[in-house]
Design a protein around this ligand. Structure first.
Ligand code: NCD
Length: 329
């Protein structure tokens, strides 16, 4: 791979090096858009962002640029990490994150119209919406880049990037790892996006869920087509001893039409210190968060518990992406 020029000269942060790249002006809608070269590029940039933040907190790379952050579904991490990312790069934010009840959507405005108006004010739009395909609809209406921050049970590509980055940071490399995904594999969009990204690497995949929350066939067929070593089970103890990455997820209550069914599966898995005793010494527990009981807080102090470090990595990845799509990386 060609060596990248550093984005910042850390000794002279007033004069950051700027050059063009393949992300300029692009929408980020699905993990299908990324090849391994682009992934490496984003991770290298994210690492530079981390070094810069740790050293000086922020730079003026995106000064004069505005991000519209439009969230039709609740969010804490994704919205605040995008806002922090923009602000640490010197840009500013229109935060429509308090629920659309405060926006014109409550007056009946279409998504396409809201997007067409926001792009009059903003240089980039981040969208979270409850419907699959909504990010594509927004991107079709917008002339500025649209970043998908979750389209219902569809995809969550920026989360998958930060998940992959975290695995690399924690364990050094992706190839040869066994990744076990636990919980709501049916509705968990982070699982769908991360699974598709992992197919680009030499990994073994283990899917652990109750019957009704198995990975959707559309995603499973891609796994099978990719020819990776894959197994499904209902029981964490079948996989824990051989797992390098235990990716735990919340049961997505908001996607259930039958709440009785939710009640039946909501406490199916709890990762406890007893379960962790059977895990490898060198492995990580990840979770996109929020957790609602799937991970016992007693393991937060276990060095293998990587979920809060994972959340922090989200800011660095989103800094790299914003700089990239705005042509400043
Ligand atoms: C996830 C999401 O919104 O899909 N959260 C996040 O972005 N960190 C996971 C979840 O809500 O369970």
């Amino acid at each position: 791979m060609e060596k990248l020029k550093p984005l910042f000269n850390l000794d002279d942060l007033k004069a950051p090096v700027l050059s063009g790249n393949g992300l300029t002006g692009k929408d980020i809608l699905s993990v299908g858009q990324f090849d391994k070269y682009t992934l490496d590029y984003i991770f290298t940039r994210a690492k530079e962002m981390q070094n810069m933040v740790e050293k000086v907190g922020g730079v003026d790379l995106l000064k004069g640029k505005v991000l519209a952050c439009m969230f039709y579904e609740p969010s804490t991490r994704t919205s605040s990490s995008f806002i922090a990312a923009m602000e640490r790069l010197g840009g500013s934010v229109i935060p429509i994150t308090q629920g659309v009840q405060f926006s014109s959507v409550s007056k009946g405005e279409t998504l396409a119209d809201s997007i067409k108006v926001l792009e009059q004010y903003a240089d980039v739009i981040v969208l979270r919406h409850p419907e699959i395909g909504s990010a594509q609809v927004a991107a079709d209406s917008a002339s500025v880049p649209v970043l998908n921050a979750g389209d219902g049970p569809g995809e969550h590509p920026t989360q998958a990037l930060l998940d992959l980055f975290t695995i690399k940071e924690e364990l050094g490399s992706l190839d040869g790892l066994t990744v076990s995904m636990v919980g709501d594999l049916r509705y968990g969009r982070t699982v769908h996006s991360l699974t598709k990204l992992l197919l680009k690497y030499n990994v073994k995949l283990r899917f652990v869920s109750p019957e009704i929350l198995r990975l959707p066939l559309t995603v499973m067929n891609q796994v099978i087509d990719a020819g990776v070593d894959v197994r499904e089970t209902h029981d964490v103890s079948d996989v824990i001893g051989n797992t390098d990455v235990l990716y735990v997820t919340r049961v997505q209550k908001e996607r259930f039409t039958d709440l009785q069914q939710y009640e039946e599966v909501k406490d199916f898995y709890v990762i406890t210190p007893e379960i962790m005793e059977k895990a490898k010494e060198k492995m990580v527990v990840m979770h996109p968060l929020p957790r609602v009981g799937e991970i016992d807080p007693a393991i937060d102090s276990d060095p293998r518990a990587a979920y809060f470090r994972q959340a922090r990595n989200g800011m660095y990845i989103r800094m790299a992406l914003l700089a990239g799509v705005l042509g400043r990386a």
